[in-house]
Design a protein around this ligand. Structure first.
Ligand SMILES: *Cc1c(COP(=O)(O)O)cnc(C)c1O
Length: 353
């Protein structure tokens, strides 16, 4: 069997949910869109039975959860894309976010029975989704007039919560607090849970921190007591002596500076490991760091084994996770942990630890 896999630690996931709760008294909508940030949509939901609800990006994801027997509240963060989705939203008890007038119109035209809970999304300054503040009174009145609708919550999203004391975040929090309404509210993503107490409201919406990574640049998940849920693993599938001047891999971009041992790891960009990474990053073998050398290929990558002379075929290799924070790998790749976790491909098996 090919040794590449993402091993998943359900205890770490539950620990991270408890860490969220230690920061706030709000209810927790665990965000599990994009296949549970790459961990597996159903796996994450089944391992978080204590979440007050889940947030996903689409009806398709919501239906997959219901089909797997998940009974918690499920919020569709972008609502529905077409009116034809409404009957299933009702019958499967899903909670759509309403952010455009066409969605209100579709609900007005839909004669079906409720009850239906919705969130109304307000644009408090991110300028992506949501009604402008001045339209809110009318939207709320229109929705309240629809008999099927039971509860209407207010939701908004922060553009820069990861930046400590950013004035735009203070402004967004102020705009949200100033909205005239007595209903439940939700504003905070992971970064706001960690550093914007005033944004917590009635429901918080943690994504990345549940998976153990830090949303805040320059900080590690461990700085907040979070534990990595995923460890990306494979094994050495070849170990060979190369001589000084040997060119390694596609394009021959790495020239061995001396006679040296080079290992081949059975994992590549076809699994979602970023091809952009070169010698700026290392993998973990026998608890020690082995730098990547040459180009990452689709199924394999090469590592410099000079600091681990006893390394041999079959040795386990950790590419991120336990002992090697995904935040560090993301920084070296010029990206953020979100894209690495979500970018793992379908062929990579996810295994319970
Ligand atoms: C993805 C998402 C979140 C979670 O964000 P994190 O930074 O991963 O915590 C929260 N709210 C909405 C609306 C989202 O789309």
């Amino acid at each position: 069997m090919r040794p590449a896999c993402a091993s998943l630690d359900g205890d770490a996931l539950r620990h991270n949910l408890r860490t969220v709760r230690a920061h706030t008294r709000a209810r927790v909508m665990a965000i599990i869109k994009a296949n549970g940030y790459g961990h597996g949509l159903v796996w994450v939901a089944k391992n978080l039975p204590d979440a007050d609800g889940f947030g996903v990006a689409s009806l398709e994801e919501g239906l997959e959860l219901r089909a797997a027997g998940i009974a918690n509240d499920i919020c569709l963060l972008e609502g529905f894309f077409e009116p034809t989705e409404i009957p299933l939203i009702l019958s499967e008890r899903l909670t759509p976010v309403i952010h455009e007038s066409h969605q209100v119109t579709a609900l007005q035209r839909f004669p079906g029975a409720g009850p239906l809970d919705v969130w109304v999304k307000v644009d408090t300054g991110m300028h992506r989704l949501g009604f402008p503040v001045h339209e809110l009174t009318k939207v709320m009145a229109d929705l309240r007039a629809i008999p099927a609708i039971r509860q209407i919550g207010l939701l908004s999203h922060l553009a820069s919560a990861e930046i400590p004391s950013s004035s735009s975040t203070s402004q967004q929090i102020g705009v949200f607090a100033g909205l005239e309404s007595t209903t439940i509210r939700s504003l905070a993503n992971s970064a706001a849970i960690l550093q914007w107490q005033a944004a917590h409201g009635d429901w918080v919406r943690p994504g990345l921190m549940l998976y153990g990574a830090s949303p805040i640049p320059g900080k590690m998940g461990a700085d907040f007591g979070l534990k990595p849920v995923m460890t990306l693993r494979s094994r050495l599938i070849s170990v060979r002596r190369r001589v000084r001047g040997d060119a390694i891999g596609y394009g021959g971009t790495y020239l061995c500076p001396e006679d040296m041992s080079v290992g081949v790891v059975g994992l590549g960009y076809g699994d979602g490991y970023p091809r952009e990474l070169s010698s700026t990053v290392s993998v973990l073998i026998r608890g020690r760091l082995a730098p990547l050398i040459g180009r990452v290929s689709m199924d394999m990558l090469n590592v410099d084994l000079r600091s681990i002379p006893e390394a041999q075929i079959g040795d386990e290799v950790i590419l991120w996770g336990q002992g090697l924070p995904v935040e560090d790998i993301a920084e070296a790749a010029g990206t953020i942990p979100y894209t690495l976790l979500c970018g793992l491909t379908q062929r990579l098996p996810r295994r319970d630890l």
